[in-house]
Ligand binder design. Structure first.
Ligand code: SOE
Length: 388
């Protein structure tokens, strides 16, 4: 059978997803064919160019028309969060499988409605998945597998950080990612969502409670005209930034372990630095996205003189996803996560199983983000230090 895909949106994530849709059937042995049928966007000229550039057979400007078509099987949603709920629910109700970019939605209410729609669709064999692609970096999947096998014993502490610096420059314009009505939140939802999902994924434990602070460092930025991708056309005015620039919070996992989370666009010098370290009573595992082919492992049960972090080069055929690619030592990169995401989605559709993360898992992340915002708004949690 052939799965005909409609991708709605065509910015940075549209490019990454396009690579995934095109690579997956070429590199992996998929049980279904994939056709990149149509890309949808509001700006006719821009969406036509995107179709041409990224290899979509058609360009269209009305998503409602596209999801009503009988010849579309999968809707891939890469628009900003403000349209996720409406489009995803309509697509699921129309019987289309949905892949939705993270964070699932801009609010818990929207995410709940989406999870309910996904559950409804599921009973008709229709699948829904959230795009937390970093789960599918082979070293991250391996990290999860090793924890599940008990290699580090009981998880006692986690450190998770996602640090970028693209907003340090105050002349960076007020794109949609900096407007609450479009993005829902700032660093918290955009990159904090990744580390919350990753922590829950690798430990297998939900975050049960949080305490945190959020901050907007640069509160006014140059406004832009038409919204295209990250930026747009300059208007000469400035406007208020209505989302957080950084969020720092602690979390308590279901099993009791404490987690420190840091999501920031103000970590000067850090471009896309996602790190996670999980410490257990028998060992520890550490991952750094800037060295994504590696996983560091500390085995406390090894004889004393042999103890120390070792670096596993995650490029062996027996490592997750790697067998389909290159011989050992021939590195993978950022885009491979998007390919693996397509592989897992297509296989789940074929097998009639739930692709992970499900919308319910996306909703659980959304609840953590909302709890962080609530905690940050409640300044009473701060205790003044006694004056000297
Ligand atoms: C921008 O901050 C961004 O593109 C995120 O939206 C992505 O989810 C992340 O993969 C890289 O950074």
């Amino acid at each position: 059978m052939t799965l005909r895909v409609a991708m709605i949106g065509y910015g940075f994530m549209g490019a990454a997803h396009s690579v995934g849709w095109r690579q997956a059937p070429r590199v992996f042995d998929l049980p279904e064919q994939v056709e990149t049928a149509v890309v949808v966007g509001r700006n006719r000229a821009a969406v036509e160019e995107a179709a041409q550039h990224w290899g979509w057979a058609e360009a269209a400007t009305d998503w409602r028309e596209v999801i009503a078509r009988d010849d579309i099987d999968v809707v891939d949603l890469v628009t900003p969060g403000d349209s996720h709920a409406e489009i995803a629910i309509a697509a699921l109700d129309a019987g289309k499988h949905v892949l939705c970019e993270k964070p699932l939605a801009n609010s818990v209410e929207q995410a709940e409605a989406m999870a309910t729609a996904a559950e409804r669709a599921r009973s008709r064999g229709v699948r829904a998945m959230v795009g937390f692609t970093y789960r599918r970096v082979p070293a991250v999947t391996l990290l999860r597998d090793l924890i599940a096998e008990g290699r580090i014993g009981r998880v006692q502490q986690v450190r998770a950080a996602y640090r970028q610096d693209w907003l340090v420059d105050p002349s960076v314009p007020l794109g949609w990612r900096l407007q609450k009505e479009h993005a829902g939140s700032g660093a918290l939802g955009d990159i904090g969502a990744h580390i919350v999902d990753m922590t829950q994924f690798v430990t297998g434990q939900p975050v049960r409670a949080v305490s945190g602070s959020i901050e907007t460092v640069v509160t006014e930025r140059p406004t832009v005209g038409e919204r295209i991708g990250f930026t747009g056309t300059a208007t000469g005015d400035t406007g208020p930034v209505t989302v957080d620039d950084l969020a720092i919070f602690t979390g308590r996992l279901d099993g009791g372990a404490l987690v420190s989370f840091e999501a920031t666009r103000f970590a000067t010098g850090r471009k896309n630095a996602l790190t996670i370290e999980v410490s257990g009573d028998r060992g520890a595992l550490a991952f750094d996205l800037e060295r994504l082919n590696e996983l560091r492992f500390y085995d406390r049960t090894a004889p004393g003189p042999l103890q120390g972090f070792t670096t596993i080069l995650v490029t062996e055929a027996e490592h997750p996803y790697v067998a389909a690619w290159w011989p050992a030592g021939h590195m993978l990169g950022y885009e491979h996560g998007f390919t693996h995401q397509v592989v897992d989605l297509v296989r789940a559709i074929h097998d009639g199983t739930d692709p992970h993360p499900t919308f319910a898992e996306g909703l659980s992340v959304q609840r953590v983000l909302a709890a962080v915002e609530a905690s940050a708004a409640d300044r009473s949690a701060w205790t003044e230090v006694a004056a000297p």
